[in-house]
Ligand binder design. Structure first.
Ligand code: PEP
Ligand code: MG
Length: 763
């Protein structure tokens, strides 16, 4: 076998050389080979280290002292470690090895290149046996003598007490463990940091980059709160930017080593990376991820406009909550005031305005943060103005959550204490993804949600074609353009109650005050906006489904009955069937739209519990002149009884069914969907819920009737994947979730096709 030389240049190294160059060296070589901008480097090989041990006779001396060592005896361990380190440091490096190193250094840049000297243990940085951090790195090394010393120091670090202990516990034989040393041009980064090429928890294609001033060690060690950038690989856009106050940086200290320095005031709050730099880094990250086949944790640096990739290794945290801390925990020294559920993604800062009564909403100014117990429909005008929304109550399917997602406004719901803890005028930052409220303004003003990033985030870059239709939910007509920009295959749920409640008068008021035409016109015009945004694509409009308590604050609300449990009360189709006038006005608006040629309009009945209700609704519509056999009429499956009796509904001629899991879950499990005290028991994947869904899907498929979902669970990629596996024919998700749902659906479909092909091959 060919003898491995003392020195290997990066260009000669591939990942198979790990035994000679260690994990770090192999990874750098591999990165250079695929064209990533890696600073120049050579590696003093593991074989060189072994030759050093043999030729200096250290091999025998060191390992003899380890033989009877009890690593649990701390004093003995420290003593053996000190002795071994001293032996390595004092030994004279064999002349041939010294010459090889000196020659290589000279070749790099004529003897005065500043380098980083990093140990690269042969088991380090591997996914399975991470020795990371147990060996040394020496930064800012200049000149032959310093370089030789640093290399010897790296070798000595192999015998640190902690490293010896760790190896003993892991069953490694010390006498066979080698160490390689990477000598690499030190990039005097003006800015540097880390990057996760995919989301470290969910694995979604969002690149997360943290960056700060000076060398990257400041970010890696956590001594600074870095800026944070999120780049969506699907839309190829920066979708989130969080600027931190960066008080310190690590910079070169003269000729040797580094030091921690204060960042001058004028740079502390300055944004570190431009969008173009983020995009470039994300592209390099993607190249590394594609090459290695798994998401990477990358270190990077930028100097004089040149971007360098310094290190890349697999992320080991995907799927494990623990690892998430590294990135998101770094939102810095920023103080977390309260936590809730992240209900609408995005980060925004602003002044708190607490709303205890709808009448107070006049105090809300553009860019404020609306804090309230729970939003209701008459707060929507105020919700449009604000930078973020925070509520005490509610879960992922409450009014605040639904409307915020459509407005593209970051929201945190179910904090329990926001209205008690936050003060009017207080400056805060809301993270609608993680559900955190921070003290102070740590988001850039530009992150104002309504305009840019949120809109960009939902625009599909290159639509993925799926066999299962992926539709979108809409509640407010003004969200129609954003919804259509996702490229969705239609609207799987248009909730008209948001439209009606926005009028601030109950349907009863319009009827009593002989203003029926006004009501019909408002309804017609609102729905038309959505239909126009989805030409030729199905739009399923749901008849009115507002619990009585939501009508209370509106004109005419005084006559609403007081119900102990409005969720189980007079709402949905049951109310319309008992209030023919209210139902008739809605049908009148639908009829006009059908007459105008909107054949893509379908009507969906909410809260049906028995096929009789569907038949009665249909007959009433027929009575008002609708050609009920021609138009598309379907039902929501929100009540367990409708899931159980689905075959009877199918026999009555429903043209589609859509799971309203928000209610189906609460009615199956007896968990109030808006009650934060039981939110942790609200489980969309409860076997009872899944059984109801599975059975209903199979029955609809047997009758060849479209079966869909429009509850929040349809916006969860895992659930979407499960539904596709179980035969669902379409899904309808929130605007912000369309891209990831489409991706999950496409992946699942591919997997199903592949599995089918494989099992056929096997026959
Ligand atoms: C549902 O129940 O899942 C649903 C979509 O309806 P809503 O959230 O309006 O009750
Ligand atoms: Mg419902």
């Amino acid at each position: 076998m060919k003898e491995v030389p003392n020195i290997l240049w990066l260009e000669e190294i591939r990942k198979e050389d790990i035994i000679s160059v260690g994990g770090k060296g192999a990874s750098l070589g591999e990165m250079a080979s695929i064209g990533l901008p890696v600073p120049k480097a050579f590696v003093v090989t593991a074989q060189a280290f072994r030759r050093f041990l043999v030729e200096t006779d250290l091999e025998k001396k060191i390992f003899a002292s380890f033989e009877r060592l009890d690593v649990e005896d701390n004093a003995a361990l420290e003593k053996a470690a000190d002795k071994a380190k001293a032996l390595v440091l004092k030994a004279k490096m064999p002349a041939s090895l010294r010459d090889d190193i000196k020659k290589a250094y000279k070749k790099m840049d004529n003897n005065d290149l500043i380098v980083a000297v990093r140990s690269s243990a042969t088991a380090e940085d591997l996914p399975d046996a991470s020795f990371a951090g147990q060996q040394e790195t020496y930064l800012n090394i200049k000149g032959e003598a310093n370089l030789l010393l640093s290399i010897q120091q790296c070798w000595a670090s192999l015998y640190g007490a902690r490293a010896i202990y760790y190896r003993a516990r892991q069953g490694f034989d010390d006498s066979t463990v080698n160490i390689a040393v990477v000598v690499q041009q030190l990039v005097h980064s003006e800015k540097a940091g880390v990057m996760f090429t995919s989301h470290p928890i969910t694995g979604e294609p969002s690149t997360i980059i943290e960056g700060s001033w000076g060398l990257g060690e400041a970010v890696v060690s956590g001594s600074v709160s870095p800026d944070k950038y999120v780049f969506d690989q699907r839309t190829e856009k920066v979708v989130d930017t969080l600027i931190s106050n960066k008080k310190v940086e690590i910079i070169a200290d003269g000729d040797h080593g580094t030091k921690l320095a204060d960042v001058p005031k004028d740079r502390q709050d300055k944004q570190v990376l431009s969008d173009a730099e983020v995009a470039k880094l994300a592209m390099y990250g993607k190249i590394a991820e594609n090459h290695y086949g798994v998401p990477q944790d990358v270190e990077w640096g930028i100097v004089s406009g040149t971007t360098y990739i310094l290190q890349s290794r697999p992320i080991t945290t995907i799927g494990s909550k623990k690892g998430a801390k590294g990135m998101s925990g770094n939102t810095g020294s920023a103080n977390i005031l309260i936590k809730g559920q992240g209900a609408a993604p995005g980060i925004a800062s602003g002044k708190v305005v607490i709303i205890r009564d709808v009448k107070d909403t006049s105090a809300v100014k553009e860019g404020d943060i609306l804090v309230t117990k729970m939003t209701n429909p008459d707060m929507v005008p105020a919700m449009r103005k604000v930078a973020a929304i925070v509520t005490d109550e509610g879960g992922m399917t409450c009014h605040a959550a639904i409307v915020s997602r459509e407005l593209g406004t970051p929201a945190v719901v179910g904090t329990k204490t926001a209205t008690a803890i936050l003060k009017n005028g207080q400056l805060i930052t809301v993270d609608g993804e993680l559900g955190l409220i921070y003290e102070g303004a740590i988001a850039p003003a530009a992150a104002s949600p309504a305009a840019g990033p949120a809109t960009q985030a939902v625009v599909a870059h290159a639509p993925i074609i799926t066999a299962t239709s992926v539709k979108v939910n809409v509640s407010i007509p003004e969200a129609a353009t954003r919804a259509a920009a996702t490229g969705a295959d239609g609207v799987g749920l248009l909730r008209i109650e948001h439209l009606i409640l926005g009028l601030n008068k109950t349907p009863g008021w319009f009827i009593q005050n002989k203003k029926e035409e006004e009501f019909v016109k408002e309804l017609h015009d609102g729905i038309k906006i959505v239909l126009d945004a989805f030409p030729g694509k199905p739009v399923w409009v749901r008849t009115l489904d507002a619990p009585t308590d939501e009508f209370r604050n509106m004109k005419g609300g005084e006559s609403e009955p007081h119900e102990h449990n409005p969720m189980l009360g007079w709402r949905g189709i049951r109310r319309d069937l008992q209030s023919p006038d209210q139902f008739r006005l809605q049908v009148e608006a639908f009829k006009r739209l059908w007459n105008e040629g909107y054949e893509n309009l379908g009507i969906m009945f909410p809260m049906v519990s028995h096929p009789d209700q569907f038949i009665r609704g249909k007959e009433m519509m027929r009575g008002w002149g609708v050609d009920v056999e021609k138009v598309t009429l379907g039902i929501m499956i929100e009540i367990p009884s409708s899931a159980i009796m689905i075959e009877d509904f199918l026999k009555c001629g429903i043209k589609f069914a859509s799971f309203g899991t928000n209610d189906l879950i609460q009615y199956t499990l007896a968990i109030d969907r808006n009650n934060e005290n039981v939110a942790d028991m609200y489980n969309p994947q409860h076997p009872a819920v899944l059984t109801l869904i599975h059975n209903a899907i199979q029955m609809c498929r047997a009758y060849d009737v479209e079966v869909s979902i429009c509850g929040q669970a349809g916006s969860d990629p895992k659930m979407a994947s499960w539904l596709v596996e179980h035969g669902i024919t379409s899904l309808s998700a929130n605007i912000d979730a369309i891209a990831k749902i489409r991706e999950a659906v496409a992946k699942t479909e591919k997997r199903i096709i592949l599995e089918a092909a494989r099992s056929k091959d096997a026959e």
